[in-house]
Design a protein. Structure first.
Length: 296
């Protein structure tokens, strides 16, 4: 077994699995501490490297594309304190870090692990249930439904419709963007057949993020939802050619439990308010309204 213990965390490798345990140092990011220990199977790795500096260095793991829903959801935008696949190494432990690196590389060669993309997630994503409060709302996820609740900082036009519940079956993606400079970030849930260009502060399917301490935790929600969506390597369903069959001749797509008549009427009223407020353009309002009316 290879092991390296640092204030930043402890990494161990038994030949099959790398266990990454965050340390208690103040420089360890909130996301890493909340995520806890990660068990990374060897087949999820594409490589490992050691970067040496004068005072400290860094161990980095490179995962195969598509192996981890967290990396897919965040798209390489996790900053150093929150990235679970980096470990700060003190200069007097470079020898141990080099040994650790060689053990992992040797195992990759012996097991002939390819470095290319995978066709299914090899890590399960953050544990559930999960609830995070940040920005202008709270997002909870139980594995089947996402619930969004608003706080006193939410725009009135967005909060007027009350809490939102979205079924995973109705989602086609999730978009997490951290705040950067003067630009706010967001966690947006992409609802099938309901595209929008509305800013996150007005989008009832998004939480706006302002760059505060708990913002990175929304990446865990994004990862947990992503882990339950089709893998990015899954081929998209081919588009139908020619005229569409009448709606009555085609089976209706599955919808969330709350998509009854009253819920859809509430959605229509919400869209009307956004349109009257000037948040939705005429074209966006028409498209969104047609999508709701079809489901009715």
């Amino acid at each position: 077994m290879a092991e390296i213990i640092q204030k930043d965390g402890t990494w161990t490798f038994d030949g099959e699995t790398l266990r990454l345990t965050p340390g208690r140092d103040k420089n360890v990011g909130l996301l890493r501490r909340t995520l806890g220990e990660l068990a990374v199977p060897l087949e999820a790795l594409a490589g490992v490297s050691l970067e040496q500096g004068k005072k400290s260095g860094r161990l980095r793991l490179r995962l195969r594309d598509g192996a981890d829903p967290l990396l897919h959801a965040t798209g390489g935008r996790l900053t150093e304190p929150h990235d679970p696949y980096q470990l700060t190494v003190e200069s007097d432990r470079y020898g141990v870090a080099e040994y650790f690196t060689e053990e992992v590389r040797t195992a990759l060669l012996l097991e002939q692990i390819p470095s290319g993309p995978v066709t299914g997630y090899l890590l399960p994503g953050p544990p559930l249930p999960l609830s995070v409060s940040a920005g202008d709302g709270t997002v909870s996820f139980d594995g089947e439904r996402v619930r969004l609740e608003w706080n006193w900082k939410t725009e009135d036009a967005k909060a007027a419709a009350g809490p939102r519940t979205l079924a995973v079956a109705d989602l086609e993606g999730v978009d997490w963007q951290p705040a950067a400079g003067l630009e706010n970030g967001h966690l947006r849930f992409l609802v099938r057949h309901a595209p929008t260009k509305v800013p996150a502060k007005y989008d009832p399917n998004a939480v706006e993020l302002w760059g505060f301490k708990k913002d990175p935790l929304m990446a865990l929600v994004a990862a947990a939802v992503q882990a339950r969506l089709p893998h990015p390597s899954t081929p998209a369903a081919p588009a139908l050619e020619g005229p569409r069959a009448p709606e009555t001749d085609r089976p209706a797509p599955p919808g969330p439990a709350e998509d009854d008549h009253d819920a859809l009427l509430r959605r229509l009223r919400e869209l009307g308010e956004l349109h009257r407020s000037g948040i939705l353009t005429d074209e966006e309002f028409t498209l969104a309204k047609q999508a709701v009316l079809k489901r009715m």
